[in-house]
Design a protein around this ligand. Structure first.
Ligand SMILES: NC(=O)c1ccc[n+]([C@@H]2O[C@H](COP(=O)([O-])OP(=O)(O)OC[C@H]3O[C@@H](n4cnc5c(N)ncnc54)[C@H](O)[C@@H]3O)[C@@H](O)[C@H]2O)c1
Length: 368
């Protein structure tokens, strides 16, 4: 495949604008069409952003200008929408999570493999300047041999600000499925796959009260753990601690992610961003050093789609690929199961670390 790769966007909700802007930074991508079960949203998105065709979901799947379907629907239908796209012969890039359970995730990857199609999945924040700089520091030995990691997502929950917060408290969401993809993907990119997990989890409050203007006073039933404290034994040896919570009502001073090595520590930026700050403190140093970013932070959601398009054109594996997303999904599912059963769980999947980005890329390109 040569030239531009056509993409079609399925799901024109809150996040679509970021994807359109992010994709348009890359010369390889051409946004051909958009669709939504709500025809009005697809039409508005097409007009607002100058997309040539607003289509029904069924029409998008057979549009000849679409090589990759970007699945920006809600998590509960990610798997069925991605599967339908694969069955129609399209490559897929999905928002996270890949699916809400590993059975659906496995079926999705099998359907792609059978057809020789590629699957990519968010988050792609690990392709941003902040997390790529951390990867290079670790790979080049600046902290010695990694021995441990901590990752904390300590929040009070989305009900004070989100216009529609109910789904965050239902099965398939919670702080783990909603936010851990950013943290786990960053950790696997830095340290390699997770071998075994265990966890403790609780529902601290049996219902939540929405306080956003749109839903003020609405009671939200809670059916999934809202505080999940997990241990991750990485296959290469490091031990990780991951806490994701919606139950932190008084704030927290904990960092987002730190990686500890035999010769120093790297302080990793918020993995839900593409930028810094990246800080390094080597054994014996009195202070932290601010590390200049070695890769661009002027990218956004869409860099993973561009990488998938290059993968397609050049016949290589995508960095934000389905195997990585499946591993993250398996880790999340296993953390909840381990907490429920009071056991350790060994993961079955063990993807290779995604290739690091090369230095010196020009804006709008992901290859020299
Ligand atoms: N909003 C954010 O800040 C944000 C950030 C990062 C990731 N995400 C992820 O992006 C995805 C979308 O989030 P959002 O906030 O845009 O949600 P949203 O609810 O605003 O939009 C989802 C859209 O998908 C459409 N849709 C639902 N089912 C469909 C189907 N079967 N076929 C076609 N269209 C369908 C809906 O009509 C809606 O317009 C989610 O997976 C979310 O986790 C969102």
């Amino acid at each position: 495949m040569q030239g531009k790769v056509g993409v079609g966007i399925m799901g024109c909700g809150n996040i679509v604008g970021q994807y359109i802007a992010g994709c348009r930074q890359f010369e390889i991508l051409e946004i051909a069409a958009c669709a939504d079960i709500d025809a009005g949203k697809a039409a508005n998105t097409a007009v607002e952003h100058g997309i040539p065709r607003a289509l029904t979901p069924a029409e998008l799947l057979v549009d000849p200008g679409v090589d990759i379907v970007i699945n920006l629907t809600i998590p509960a239908v990610h798997a069925e929408v991605s599967l339908a796209a694969l069955r129609a012969g399209k490559h897929v890039y999905s928002e996270k999570p890949l699916a809400t359970n590993t059975a659906d995730g496995r079926a999705l990857l099998a359907a792609a493999a059978e057809r020789g199609l590629l699957v990519g999945c968010a988050p792609d924040t690990f392709l941003g300047g902040g997390l790529q700089t951390c990867r290079k520091l670790i790979d080049d030995g600046w902290i010695g041999e990694p021995v441990a990691a901590t990752a904390f997502m300590m929040s009070g929950g989305p009900e004070p600000w989100h216009p529609n917060p109910a789904f965050f408290y239902l099965a398939g969401a919670g702080p783990l499925f909603d936010m851990a993809p950013y943290y786990l993907t960053a950790l696997v990119n830095l340290l390699g796959p997770v071998g075994r997990v265990t966890a403790a989890a609780r529902i601290s409050f049996s219902e939540r009260i929405a306080t956003s203007a749109a839903r003020f006073g609405e009671r939200l039933p809670v059916e999934t753990p809202t505080h999940v404290a997990g241990l991750l034994e990485f296959a290469a040896g490091p031990v990780g601690t991951l806490i994701t919570s919606f139950d932190i009502k008084g704030g927290s001073n904990l960092p987002r992610i730190e990686i500890y090595g035999s010769a120093g520590t790297v302080s990793v930026p918020d993995p839900n961003t593409f930028g810094g700050p990246v800080r390094l403190r080597r054994t014996g140093a009195a202070e932290w050093s601010d590390v200049p970013l070695l890769f661009s932070d002027q990218v956004g959601r869409g860099i993973g789609v561009a990488d998938l398009a290059y993968a397609l054109r050049d016949g290589r594996a995508p960095r934000a690929g389905g195997d990585l997303a499946f591993h993250v999904l398996e880790a999340m599912e296993s953390l909840l199961l381990a907490a429920e059963q009071g056991t350790h769980i060994t993961l079955q999947s063990s993807p290779a670390r995604p290739a690091p980005l090369p230095l010196g890329l020009l804006p709008g390109r992901l290859e020299p």
